[in-house]
Design a protein around this ligand. Sequence first.
Ligand SMILES: NC(=O)c1ccc[n+]([C@@H]2O[C@H](COP(=O)([O-])OP(=O)(O)OC[C@H]3O[C@@H](n4cnc5c(N)ncnc54)[C@H](O)[C@@H]3O)[C@@H](O)[C@H]2O)c1
Length: 376
Amino acid sequence: MTQKRLGVGVLGAHAWAEKAHLPGYAAYDRAKLVAICDVIPERARAMAEMFGIEKVYSDPRDLINDPDVETVDVCTPTETHLPLSLAAIEAGKHVLCEKPLASDAKDAFMAARAADVKGVRTKLGFTFRYSPAIRQIHAWIQDGTLGEIFHVHGLEQNSQFLDPQFPLRQVSSDANWNQLIPSSIVGYGSHLLDLVRWCVGEFSSVTSSMRNFIPERVVRGFDGMQKIQVEDGTVALAEFASGAHGILQTSYIAIGNYPGVELRVYGSKGAAVARLVEEFGIAETLHFATPDSVEFKKIEIPASALPPGTTLETPWPELYYRNLVRHFVDEILDDTPAECTFFDGAKSQEVVNAIVKAHLERRWVDLPQTVSERPL
Ligand SMILES: NC(=O)c1ccc[n+]([C@@H]2O[C@H](COP(=O)([O-])OP(=O)(O)OC[C@H]3O[C@@H](n4cnc5c(N)ncnc54)[C@H](O)[C@@H]3O)[C@@H](O)[C@H]2O)c1
């Protein structure tokens, strides 16, 4: 294992950078936070002071072109993810980008190809792939413990925007307010669909229903209550290439705590339920059952499955991001196989797009069975 430390520059110095990305790098001794940038300079300065970062920029191009920055971390608003990632790739930097990478899967595939051509590494900020409970379920599927997978149930739901007075932030500037605006399926669904695809394999067909449940709410950047048909809940049925069936739901008006991800996988030899809902100070739980012992038993998550220095009482953004960042830094420094890349982001976006289409056209929509990712 090389002793080198990877130079990291972070774009965006606000809520999620403070809670997840920056603590992740700061906790890992193979990474060095060398620069931070925000178009609101005082935000960048505040984070630089908090995390001991030497270089502070207000223009993302300056950070991207800084020779000490080997990896660019994009933690800015959704609409900026694609252009900033492409600029970093063009400059020959590795990129970790928040989800979603783009609103159209075609653009996300294009970015994945651009990174391949440049020979740089990518990672999408699919936080929940780095939950110890989810990683255990993935391992049980891979090693055959669960047998043939029949059913998968995936939820990402919480009450983030149940209160109409709490400002909604996920509305793109070009959204048409006179029609249903896909929202929870974009913000939450991109994570959930990636998780399900990672565990169960490629989607083959989807159908769905999307709805606006709360018709008036406060929207960031606008004064007073706004009539806005934002999709705040989606249900979908899925068929997978493996033959498995799926039931999926995203909602940000469902009572319950963050992050509200649940994954239930039922196979011929075993079934597993991961619940990533921060309750009573614990980030997640894992349960397991077999055909001859059908009562789900709680599985203790071993300390070895957690990033060093964390427990299940560590706040979930930091717990999962420490793990995600560690994996990305190790993949780059050790030249090990890439996981959770821009290609995976594009595949997840393809399913988001298909779910939206299925709702609008009231039908099943088939997914292209794309060839697998070209390795670096
Ligand atoms: N993976 C997850 O679980 C998860 C959870 C929460 C948020 N997120 C995502 O993380 C991202 C950041 O979230 P947030 O809540 O901190 O958003 P935010 O809007 O509160 O903060 C983003 C910051 O980026 C800055 N910024 C905007 N354009 C910039 C540019 N071109 N260059 C540099 N800085 C720029 C803004 O000034 C702001 O300070 C969003 O895309 C959000 O969807 C992901």
